[in-house]
Each structure stands twice: as C-alpha cells, then as structure tokens.
Write a protein that binds this ligand. Sequence first.
Ligand code: FES
Length: 128
Amino acid sequence: MINLYRERLMDHYRHPRNRGRLENPDFSSGQFNPSCGDSIALDAKLQNDRIKEIFFEGKGCVISQATASLLTELAKGKTMVELLNLDEAAMLELVGIDLGPTRLKCALLPLEALQEGIKKYQKKGSNA
Ligand code: FES
C-alpha cells in the first residue's frame, strides 16, 4: 500500500498536474522555504466562491512538488472555506505516507501558499 502511495507521489513529481501559470488569476500567491530554498507559486480563478482553475509553478523536493500537484487536483471545485479548513492531517491523508517533521513542512508549503492566497483575496474583497 505504502508503495502505491510512493509511486503516486513520484508520478505527480515527474508528471505534475496543473503546472503553469494562469492569465488574469483572481489570486496568486507564493511560498518559499528558506531552509532549503524550495518554492511554490499558485494562480487560481474562482467561480461562485469555488476554485475553477488552479495552476502552480515551483521548484524543490519530491514531496513539495508532488503535493502541490495533488493539491491542485483536490482544490478544483472546492469552496474557499473548505480549503481554509485543510490542515496537517488533511495533507498527510493526501500524501498517504508518514512524513517526519521536516518532510511535513515540505507537504505544507503548497497548502500555505494556497491558504495565503485565499486570505489575501478575501481581504481584498472585504476592503472593496
Ligand atoms: Fe524543501 Fe522539501 S526540502 S520543501
């Protein structure tokens, strides 16, 4: 079972889904892990409070890049509230294998980028 998850991670790393940038996104955001230099940037378009399209660019380790790819698939069609409610446990479930504290940070990098983007977008909306 674990091997299946590892294979799925490697597949997402080698063939990332939703990789690229979007023109005229509703929000963009990025996260950088200063301890390793890895980064994730996301662009998303919304429709009725839900993610309609989401793309990412990034560089870094297998876990951060594969999780970003998995997260873009998960995020499509979800509401902003649902995505803000995702936590460490949800990311572990998405990745499907046990991660130590360092690699957990790798898996959280894309989630932090997504949630920061949603919060920035919501703040902008409430100021408008
Ligand atoms: Fe940098 Fe994983 S080693 S995010």
